[in-house]
Design a binder for this molecule. Structure first.
Ligand SMILES: Cc1cc2nc3c(=O)[nH]c(=O)nc-3n(C[C@H](O)[C@H](O)[C@H](O)COP(=O)(O)OP(=O)(O)OC[C@H]3O[C@@H](n4cnc5c(N)ncnc54)[C@H](O)[C@@H]3O)c2cc1C
Length: 382
């Protein structure tokens, strides 16, 4: 029998880094908030990630992604400090820097162009000649043609991050219910009034935020489903025989992210295989091959873990952040693809601003959900 349970002023669907950070921020601003998470909080892509915070390394050009990424990066040090104080969980935020190594001439030229944007944006970066790369990183591939050092790139322990966000949000008074799967949202007369769970229970809400990562497209009850698809990424953790570099290392086909405990996280594949679970033998093989090309000494490293996760991919690769078109009190915070950990702080602030009815200063208009629904706009009832 369908039942009606009290909801909250704000209900967030999805307890990944994005949903938890939004809940924490909304609660800190004084509203009641409830997070509904179908599994365990922080067990989705936010668990599977490598934890790089690399706006310039990830930007394809100097556009809105780069500016939002830089804004978000600037918020990270204070967020990490607050989370550690509030939760007692160490999130291991480190300004490690990232060295993107060129092994081919076209890649060397691309990296030089990226160095120019870095300078235009005022991002600390410099070129390292091959001899300097070899001196800085013991065991790097001998055919390195130099590398772009992004001095202001950070890394964070994303698994610890989710636990810290969960504890901090709860401490501030947010209610987080795990193993509660949302089936759909309720829309009455152009307004989102709440949602319903798998068992038919309905919950009322002042507004709803969909932050269900790669699963956001499965939420029912919308005029048009959210166009997010899963992009599987497979990773391998390695324990090298020798002390690994403290920098994040990257080539065209692999990255190596250090952890304080001496492991290197090697990643990652990008597989369009729907929700097919991994890791696959071919995925692990390709990650290891690319990692060993980047750093041949890793051939001797011990494999300590393999895993996979589903990135939330949007049609144009950019986040989908803001109001659902033509439905009041329904917000989307998804599509963060390869950069949801980096974008967590700026996303949380922007969504909390929108819920407060304040113009979010940080949010580029290019991330407005309207763009990804544009082709289906005629089918959305007025
Ligand atoms: C291999 C890999 C490496 C990555 N590396 C990096 C990196 O180095 N840096 C970076 O910034 N980003 C990285 N990312 C991307 C980053 O992990 C994601 O963009 C980010 O975690 C998305 O966060 P989220 O909270 O939206 O999604 P998720 O963490 O997936 O959370 C969504 C949550 O919603 C829940 N859910 C789903 N459906 C429902 C429902 N119906 N009802 C209730 N709950 C539901 C899920 O159980 C899940 O917990 C990586 C991703 C992968 C897979």
């Amino acid at each position: 029998m369908p039942r009606n349970r009290n909801g909250a002023e704000v209900i967030v669907v999805g307890g990944g880094a994005i949903g938890l950070a939004i809940a924490r921020e909304v609660r800190a601003r004084g509203r009641t908030v409830l997070v509904l998470e179908s599994g365990r909080a922080g067990s989705g892509a936010s668990w599977a990630a490598a934890g790089m915070l690399s706006p310039l390394g990830e930007a394809l050009d100097p556009g809105p992604f780069l500016s939002f990424g830089l804004e978000s990066l600037a918020l990270w040090p204070s967020l990490a400090q607050d989370l550690e104080e509030e939760s007692g969980v160490a999130v291991e935020l480190r300004r490690s820097g990232k060295l993107r190594v060129a092994f081919t001439e076209p890649e060397r030229l691309r990296l030089h162009r990226r160095l120019e944007w870095a300078r235009e944006q005022g991002v600390p970066a410099r070129w390292m000649e091959p001899a300097e790369v070899t001196r800085a990183v013991t065991g790097i591939g001998p055919s390195a043609l130099g590398g772009l050092l992004l001095e202001d790139d950070y890394r964070v322990d994303n698994r610890a991050l989710s636990q810290a966000l969960l504890a901090s949000a709860r401490k501030k008074g947010a209610e987080i219910r795990e193993t509660e799967r949302v089936r759909g949202v309720q829309i009455d007369a152009g307004r989102c009034t709440g949602l319903y769970l798998e068992d038919g229970t309905t919950l009322e809400a002042g507004c709803v935020v969909l932050a269900a990562g790669a699963w956001s497209g499965r939420i029912q009850g919308l005029p048009v489903a959210v166009p997010v698809r899963p992009v599987r990424g497979e990773m391998v953790a390695l324990r090298p025989a020798e002390t690994p570099p403290s920098l994040i290392l990257e080539s065209e086909s692999a990255y190596l992210v250090p952890r304080d405990d001496g492991r290197l996280l090697a990643g990652a594949t990008e597989d369009e295989v729907g929700f097919e679970p991994g890791p696959s033998a071919s995925g692990v093989h390709s990650v290891l091959t690319a990692a060993i090309e980047l750093m041949p000494s890793l051939a001797e490293a011990r494999i300590t873990e393999t895993w996979s996760g589903f990135r939330p991919g949007s049609p144009d690769g950019m986040p989908i952040l803001g109001a659902y078109p033509e439905v009041d009190d329904l917000f989307l915070a998804t599509g963060h693809y390869r950069n949801g950990i980096l974008l967590t702080p700026a996303t949380a602030q922007s969504l909390a601003d929108l819920i407060d009815g304040v113009e979010p200063g940080l949010l580029p208009p290019e991330f407005n959900p309207g763009r990804v629904f544009a082709s289906a706009a005629d089918s959305i009832p007025a």
